[in-house]
Write a protein that binds this ligand. Sequence first.
Ligand SMILES: Nc1nc2c(c(=O)[nH]1)N[C@H]1C(S)=C(S)[C@@H](COP(=O)(O)OP(=O)(O)OC[C@H]3O[C@@H](n4cnc5c(N)ncnc54)[C@H](O)[C@@H]3O)O[C@H]1N2
Ligand code: MOO
Length: 409
Amino acid sequence: MPLEEKSSAPVPCAADLSFDAAQALLAAGAVPLGTERVPLRKAGRRVLAEPVVAAFDSPRRDTAAMDGVAVREADLADGTRRLAVAGAAYPGAPFTGTAEGAAVRVTTGAALPAGTDRVVPVELLAQADGCVLLPERLPDKRHVRPRASDFAAGAPVLAAGRILDPRALVVAAAADAAEVVVWRRPRVHVIASGDELVPPGQAGAGDGLLPDSLSEALQLLVRQWGGQPGGATRVPDDAGAITAAAQAALADCDILVMAGGASRGERDLARAGLKPMGLETDFAGVAMKPGKPVWHGRVGAKQVLGLPGNPTAAMTVARLFLVPLLTALEGRGFAAGLDWQPMPLAAGAEAGGSREAFLCAARTSGGVTILDRQSAASQAMLGLADLLVRRPAGAPALAAGERVEALRF
Ligand SMILES: Nc1nc2c(c(=O)[nH]1)N[C@H]1C(S)=C(S)[C@@H](COP(=O)(O)OP(=O)(O)OC[C@H]3O[C@@H](n4cnc5c(N)ncnc54)[C@H](O)[C@@H]3O)O[C@H]1N2
Ligand code: MOO
């Protein structure tokens, strides 16, 4: 019994929905989840929902930029080069005496003693009887980092939307932020359906068994793109089993990914299994290759993305639909997940076919190499691919050196 969606509103189907139109439908409903305040030590890789504002000036005082002695320019104006050493200043241990007519030993990062305005590096000094001798010709550089020259108190040092990568964590910590306000990470559950599917390592037990190659891969993709893997469930091709698994998954996730059972076979039951839960389908079927059976819908506020079971098709659709959904829900915007770049081809490319194509490709020294034997069902090809190349329907053949739009896969 072929499965047909019975819905009051017409659902766009493969014949008429372009990839761009499907993306626009997906983007329209992809709004960031709520925000939360987290301690900086737990904020790595999170996305800022509010800017980080500097608690104070950096540096807080005029500061020595070199190890040496701090001196007053005015004391040297008459040619004086021999100065008594009045004391020392270190980061965290300032000099509190008077530096007038004297030199104060400083190390890099020490607050300049009051009144001093130049640091002479230790390499240029000679020592004599408890005094220092400065060179006749003073260096052009004063080796002072002025107060607030890095950032000023109250300045937004990191913008909302910034990923807290290692470099950004330096800035947030330097601004003395104990906590930051970040977007909640989308939690994603994967349901892989298929009577034939077993955990990897167990398929040798029977001819009809197949390792489930998608559950772990999809959870890693989720983690790589800022989501929280919420677990994976393998279910047989049975609508009741899919309903039960989806019910449990939806109680604890923001996005439910259904892998397999997306097309028209009598055992393709992903959408049928979700129907009792009130699935509202936004689209089912897109004019793209691979990935034609991709579908998207919602159960209440939860997003549901249906991937074809064929592994290359599934991973292509996950990269093109799940990734921007994740970046949108985690506050970076839909487009942040689709960083298409023009790249030169290493060899010629065939003309585009009737559906827009997304081809597995590899980055090589000569440019982008589109892999041989493209197939939605292939698995070995995924081990060679690090790019997806976009070829619009009906696009002309291209020669080596011409540019194609490519995406990190
Ligand atoms: N009459 C039609 N048949 C098909 C159509 C169509 O439009 N009309 N579309 C084809 C296209 S395009 C694709 S892609 C496939 C995908 O369909 P399904 O999403 O229904 O996928 P399944 O039937 O569940 O599985 C297909 C294939 O992939 C294997 N599979 C599934 N899940 C996994 C997994 N987790 N790990 C490894 N392999 C998996 C499964 O064993 C099947 O071999 O449909 C075409 N048919
Ligand atoms: O569109 Mo399917 O994903 O070609 O094989």
